[in-house]
Ligand binder design. Structure first.
Ligand code: F0G
Length: 452
């Protein structure tokens, strides 16, 4: 039998450096929650035992990445580290023009500043919030076109990250001339970390080509998306993961990428294009804000770590473990009575707080009630994706995102056990009200209080 065919999931790595995690008692957690105004964004990291706030920049680098740091060439222009990164990105994506940037939203900002004008429209399966903010900042309109299945947590379709092709067709027919570009976010983070199928990528690409509209990828989780195509889509089981990734990139005209996810680095991103004229605009804008185009706001050593991480992310043993461990997490939560979004996504489990706490109405923030209970019981931190984050939200979710290569199966079992205790007190959990909130992106800093 091969190691991954056993019931027990083993991490396909062993641990060379360890980092202590804080082990607080309940009284200390209660005090911390009070001090933080019941907003887990305002907790200090040393008050959190298991931190599932994000999978972004929180991964563990490999021994190969740490040793690559030492090879960093810190030359201001034309460094060897840039050449190594560029060669890796060329092989991975085929894009001729490659720009490093300090993180994903820097790529989005440069793209928006150079390509968008106020009367324009951007179509996306679902814009991530920074992508939407950058589009709107340029005065353009950000339109989401998810498939209907994405709105139903019980729908088990394999590719709920797909774009709705009928709506894309009519948007291109009605407003084609105003559409600056079409983007597919892989995987669709704002819609549950759900993957996009190769069939959908091909169809979107063909529709864009027919209309002469540029087609871009938000490739933050390209490797996890490739794994789902490999395992869920007919005809791809025999394809290698790099071949699937290359086929995805081949269908598009360029990408933005936060390398803090599937690049498995603590900081870094990419902006790529096939269009020489766009590349010239990107270069000039990048120099204004990020630095010289061969380092883009990063150190040479960061470019080295990114070059290694982008390749490691497509390792089959790693991706099998990654997808299996997220599914294990979702199965465990469901077993102890927590409703979750199906099927489990590539980087996180989304808990349905609205269904677990039907006595707490949406305006009393059931996601916050669940989130604070998870913290109070076991020091677990996640993020609310419901009425606090989006006042118009249809679902009241809590996202527990899993950092790459950081927590073991025992940590996940602990989170499941804590969740079981929260389920036992679900009826007694109360809603929250907002005491103070900032003018925008209120979830980051709002102060809350429990409703008596
Ligand atoms: N696109 C997607 C799909 C993302 O998930 C993120 C970040 C970005 C772009 C922006 O990249 O953070 O490097 O500037 N997502 C993080 C998260 C913050 O927690 O999901 P960035």
């Amino acid at each position: 039998m091969r190691a991954w065919e056993f019931r027990t999931i083993i991490e396909p790595f062993r641990i060379k450096a360890v980092e202590d995690i804080p082990m607080l008692d309940r009284a200390a957690r209660e005090r911390a929650l009070d001090r933080a105004g019941h907003n887990v964004f305002l907790l200090r990291a040393d008050e959190v035992t298991i931190d599932l706030l994000t999978d972004s920049g929180t991964g563990a680098m490999s021994a190969n990445q740490w040793s690559a740091l030492m090879l960093g060439d810190e030359s201001y222009a034309g460094s060897r580290s840039f050449q190594r990164l560029e060669a890796v990105v060329h092989a991975l994506t085929g894009y001729p023009h490659v720009f490093p940037v300090h993180q994903g939203r820097a790529a989005e900002r440069i793209l928006a500043a150079t390509v968008l004008r106020p009367d324009m429209i951007v179509l996306n399966n679902t814009h991530f919030d920074t992508t939407r903010a950058n589009v709107e900042q340029a005065g353009a309109r950000a339109v989401d076109l998810p498939v209907k299945a994405a709105a139903d947590p019980e729908d088990r379709s394999p590719f709920k990250g797909d774009m709705d092709l009928d709506r894309l067709r009519s948007a291109l027919d009605d407003d084609g001339a105003r559409v600056a570009f079409v983007m597919l976010t892989l995987t669709n983070n704002a819609a549950g970390g759900q993957p996009v199928s190769m069939a959908n990528l091909r169809a979107v690409s063909a529709l864009c080509k027919a209309k002469g509209v540029p087609f871009l990828l938000d490739a933050a989780r390209f490797a996890e998306n490739a794994w789902f195509i490999h395992t869920r889509e007919e005809g791809f089981a025999s394809w290698s993961l790099p071949d699937i990734a290359r086929a995805m990139f081949d269908l598009s005209d360029g990408c933005t990428m936060s390398a803090k996810k599937d690049g498995i680095v603590h900081i870094g991103g990419l902006l790529c294009t096939r269009n020489a004229e766009w590349a010239e605009r990107f270069r000039n804008e990048l120099i204004l804000g990020e630095g010289f185009p061969t380092y883009g706001g990063l150190a040479g050593r960061d470019l080295e770590a990114m070059a290694v991480g982008l390749q490691e992310a497509l390792d089959e043993d790693y991706l099998r473990y990654r997808a299996r461990s997220i599914a294990y997490f979702a199965e465990g939560l469901e077993r102890v009575g927590v409703p979750v979004v199906h099927p489990p996504g590539g980087h996180a489990v989304y808990l349905d707080a609205g269904r677990l706490l039907p006595h707490v109405p949406p305006e009393q923030l059931p996601g916050v009630a669940l989130l604070t209970a998870l913290y109070r019981e076991g020091g677990i931190r996640g993020v609310e994706v419901g009425s606090l984050m989006f006042p118009q939200a249809r679902l009241q979710l809590v996202r527990l995102a899993v950092p790459r290569r950081v927590y073991t199966q025992a940590h996940i079992d602990y989170v499941i056990e804590v969740a079981e205790r929260v389920v036992a007190q679900a009826r007694d959990l109360r809603g929250y009200r907002i005491v103070r909130e900032p003018p925008f992106l209120r979830h980051f800093s709002a102060v809350l209080e429990p409703i008596a």
